[in-house]
Design a protein around this ligand. Structure first.
Ligand code: UD1
Length: 361
């Protein structure tokens, strides 16, 4: 029997926000290797160069074929603008599969646009649940999973969530594509943060990396205040990589960063982020991706959230959830967790499996 080939199969990826560009990188490569036609649609949800363009350049992703340019807005306005703009794009390209990524407003809008046009949808990073209905991402995940034809799950836990929701038949465990891109970037030693560390007066192993951007943290002034207090009081300098949402909401809440231990910095490109985390003594974050990246690089992580989708990092001791300033401090100062060779996020070859599944079905 001949090996299957993807030639003639057309995949249309819809991406819009920073973590989706990272996940797109290994998929674009795997699709090309398999000879599939791959159309990339950028919704424009993220438009700042440091949240968008640099990922395409650094990770070797082909330029988007279509750019919707929707920009920022309330959830309804942003999701609706993407939804209505996609009709014409899907009609023009008529792909065999629309591939959607993660849990942003771009994900949900693209899944809806495709199912309504009877085009098959595959959801990459399916089955994640925080069980926190106050998170916009949780609605996006649940609704996208139930709309999609094929659920590409990153972990066994995600598969179990999907099975409990009656979605087992559409689900397949492929591993996590973020492992693919992280290993490739780490092995290429692509990022250099020597100059950045020198400029900020930071020594390798002598600082923490922090990010805060989730709505539940940035949009609650009291919560943002104690997070600032916690970071400012840490025992080592904190390189705080500030997402635009953090900058905007801090200004509105009258919070000034850059005092105490905190060194404010703009977001980093992906190779530099990987290098900075590798060189750090620990990570404090509310980002899903960064929790996993810290684990894969074996850097202890403290997560400023009430729950996490990436429960494996907590179970293995590499991630601790912290609910107040004292808990953040205690978690950051904890002893290094026991070493582990567990691979809950796959072997770094998830993208190949994703593309093979799209062909097989
Ligand atoms: C979005 C995702 C979130 C993901 C995050 C990654 C949703 C509901 N949320 O959150 O799941 O973790 O991306 O970063 O889709 N802004 C800029 N420049 C930009 C983009 C945004 O200045 O390029 C500002 C705007 O003021 C905007 C705010 O940041 O209102 C928030 O951006 P938005 O895309 O709505 O959500 P994120 O917080 O980035």
């Amino acid at each position: 029997m001949q090996a299957p080939t993807l030639a003639g199969v057309k995949i249309l990826s819809v991406v819009g926000a920073r973590p989706q560009f990272v996940k797109l990188a290994p998929i674009a490569r795997a699709a090309e290797d398999a000879g599939a036609e791959h159309v990339i649609v950028h919704t424009g949800q993220h438009y700042d160069p440091m949240l968008s363009e640099v990922f395409f350049t650094d990770l070797g992703i082909p330029d988007p074929d279509v750019h919707l340019g929707v920009g920022s807005g309330s959830h309804g306005v942003q999701t609706g603008a993407i939804l209505s703009a996609l009709d014409g794009v899907l009609d023009e390209h008529r792909p065999d599969w629309v591939l959607v990524y993660g849990d942003t407003n771009s994900t949900l809008a693209a899944a809806l646009a495709a199912v309504k046009m009877h085009i098959r949808v595959a959801h990459l990073e399916a089955g994640l649940r925080s069980f926190n209905r106050a998170m916009p991402e949780e609605h996006n995940r649940v609704l996208t999973d139930h709309a999609a034809d094929l659920l590409l799950a990153p972990t066994q836990v995600a598969i179990e969530h999907l099975a409990r929701e009656g979605l087992a038949e559409r689900s397949v465990l492929v591993g996590d594509v973020m492992t693919d891109v992280l290993y490739a970037t780490r092995d290429a030693a692509a990022g250099d943060v020597g100059t950045l560390l020198a400029q900020a007066g930071l020594a390798p192993g002598g600082f923490y990396v922090a990010t805060v951007h989730r709505a539940e943290n940035t949009d609650d002034a009291a919560r943002l205040r104690w997070i600032a207090d916690a970071l400012e009081a840490l025992d080592k300098p904190v390189l705080l990589l500030a997402h635009p949402r953090l900058v905007a909401r801090s200004a509105a809440a009258g919070i000034t960063w850059g005092t105490g231990a905190v060194r404010l910095h703009e977001p980093l490109a992906y190779p530099e982020l990987v290098a900075a985390v590798t060189a750090s003594a620990g990570v404090v974050t509310d980002s899903g991706g960064l929790q996993k990246e810290a684990f894969l690089l074996r850097v202890p992580c403290t997560t400023v959230r009430t729950e996490t989708e990436w429960v494996e990092t907590v179970e293995l001791g590499w991630n601790v959830l912290a609910q107040d300033a004292a808990a953040v401090r205690e978690a950051v100062m904890r002893p290094r967790p026991p070493e582990t060779d567990a691979t809950p996020y796959g072997d770094g070859r998830a993208a190949e499996r994703v593309v093979a599944e799209l062909l097989r079905r």
